[in-house]
Ligand binder design. Structure first.
Ligand SMILES: [Zn+2]
Ligand SMILES: [Zn+2]
Length: 462
């Protein structure tokens, strides 16, 4: 067995690891690096020579940092099967098409603005037609259904992270000894709405590649989300005002909608208008609507024979005309719009209208990075700029923590407990160095043999 780390090393994004077993090359994820523009371009264009001989790709889930570089490989001529769940295929298609469109627009913009006469044209990293080509290589598999690659048995199990997400187990024989490897990819929180909990591990593995995104953090309890969200919606109804929720298009948007569906169904609130104002958020919601087989029992019971997001009060908007119409609704209403950082996206138009209104509420559903408008609002700034105008912030700003798609440190350790054994070697990836090192220490304290935080391109040979 040979393992080479080709991404998400001492950082969160760009997940990709190459596994060689009995002469077969298996690529685990092929994610995009999201960071400084020049660094990102360099990493994302890079197709390591070793990857050109890959026999198959296993895709854990549809987040850009796991699937976003697949079209770069197909564009470079790679023509091999990609295995993932059916839901991941649907989610990844929307995510990659969006990325392809952004890259095409970026290249056009650079060509208009920066290119001097006679210089070669900026080329997009890939285009939507490369994405369509990638989709042709996808072979959907079910959770628990094993695929055989040169004698290695590879299986995806529910990771409870986003719709369709999986962790990967690999089992093989080495000189007549059974060997096994676990790749956690991204592990979700227990009791997250809509999706199932991470499937428990049923034993120890020889090797573990684990994420560590929030390895040193503790999230708020999931049970506190519902009363906090309900309180924000109820005060919006009382004040006949607007509740603006800046949100990721995938995951967080559908979770907030799930709660809204639940509140209306359980008559905790009267029916009110709920809008998703984001083309990608609306498309992702439709993907969630269709894939009922992936829902947890609580969601299946909640909706019965209905559709999860089909309430006539819920509007999934994509056109800019619809967006303007939403902006004219004075309330009471809930507007879920991207982006979560408030740095771009349609949420800006809604903020322009709501920031100076003391009856309206801006509700953040997660941490926002430093140096973003979202963070300034969360930190209590009373005067902020949107587009080219300054606004005095009179609206109420609230934050709900705990709506994370990732397990925190304790939850991750609890998930990995069955494999915290002296014979296990762990590799901690997908986290900043401090988070990764914390996870490594915790695992060793709990009985795991060894835990390393590998650097990019490091190779481990067993
Ligand atoms: Zn993810
Ligand atoms: Zn990830």
């Amino acid at each position: 067995m040979r393992l080479q780390f080709l991404g998400a090393c001492r950082t969160v994004t760009g997940s990709s690891h190459l596994l060689e077993i009995n002469g077969k090359q298996i690529l685990l994820d092929c994610g995009m690096y999201q960071g400084r523009r020049d660094e990102a371009r360099q990493f994302n264009e890079w197709v390591p020579d070793v990857v050109r001989d890959v026999d198959a790709i296993i895709l854990s889930h549809g987040h850009l940092d796991h699937c976003g570089k697949l079209p770069v490989l197909t564009r470079s001529g790679l023509n091999i099967p990609i295995y993932c769940t059916e839901a991941t295929a649907d989610v990844a298609r929307v995510v990659m098409l969006d990325a392809g469109e952004i890259q095409q627009e970026d290249a056009e913009h650079l060509n208009r603005r920066d290119r001097r006469p006679g210089e070669p044209e900026f080329r997009p990293l890939y285009t939507t037609s490369d994405v369509h080509q990638t989709m042709r290589l996808i072979n959907p598999v079910r959770y628990g259904q094993s695929i055989d690659i040169g004698g290695a048995k590879i299986t995806l199990f529910d990771a409870g992270h986003i719709l369709g997400s999986g962790y990967v187990t690999v089992e093989w024989q080495e000189r007549n000894t059974p060997r096994s490897l676990l790749f956690t990819a991204d592990i979700g929180r227990v009791q997250s709405p809509i999706i199932r909990d991470p499937a428990p591990l049923n034993g120890a593995f020889d090797y573990v590649i684990t994420e560590s995104t929030y390895g040193g953090r503790t999230h708020g309890p999931i049970a506190e989300i519902e009363p906090q969200l309900l309180d924000a919606v109820q005060s919006t109804i009382q004040r006949r005002s607007r509740l603006i929720v800046p949100s990721f298009a995938l995951g967080r948007t559908q979770t907030v909608l799930w709660y809204m569906h639940k509140f209306m169904k359980e008559q905790k609130i009267p029916p009110i208008n709920v809008y998703v104002d984001s083309p990608m958020g609306s498309e992702m919601t439709e993907v969630h609507e269709k894939l009922r087989d992936y829902y947890d029992d609580e969601t299946a019971q909640l909706i019965g024979k209905e559709d999860l997001f089909a309430d006539k009060r819920i509007t999934l908007a994509s056109s800019s005309a619809q967006s303007r119409q939403i902006n004219s609704d004075r309330g009471p209403c809930v507007i879920i719009a991207s982006s979560p950082t408030c740095e771009f996206g349609r949420v800006l138009h809604h903020l322009e209208r709501s920031l100076e209104n003391r009856n309206d509420t801006i509700l953040f559903v997660g941490f926002t990075p430093y140096n973003t408008l979202g963070r300034r609002l969360q930190d209590g700034s009373k005067r902020v700029r949107v587009f080219n105008r300054f606004y005095n912030v009179a609206a109420e700003v609230r934050t709900i923590h705990g709506l994370s798609a990732h397990a925190d440190g304790q939850e991750l350790a609890a998930f990995l407990a069955p494999t915290c054994k002296p014979g296990t070697q762990a590799f901690v990836v997908h986290g900043e160095v401090d988070q990764a090192e914390t996870v490594g220490r915790t695992l060793v304290e709990r009985g795991m043999g060894r835990a390393a935080v590998p650097a990019l391109e490091t190779t481990f040979i067993a």
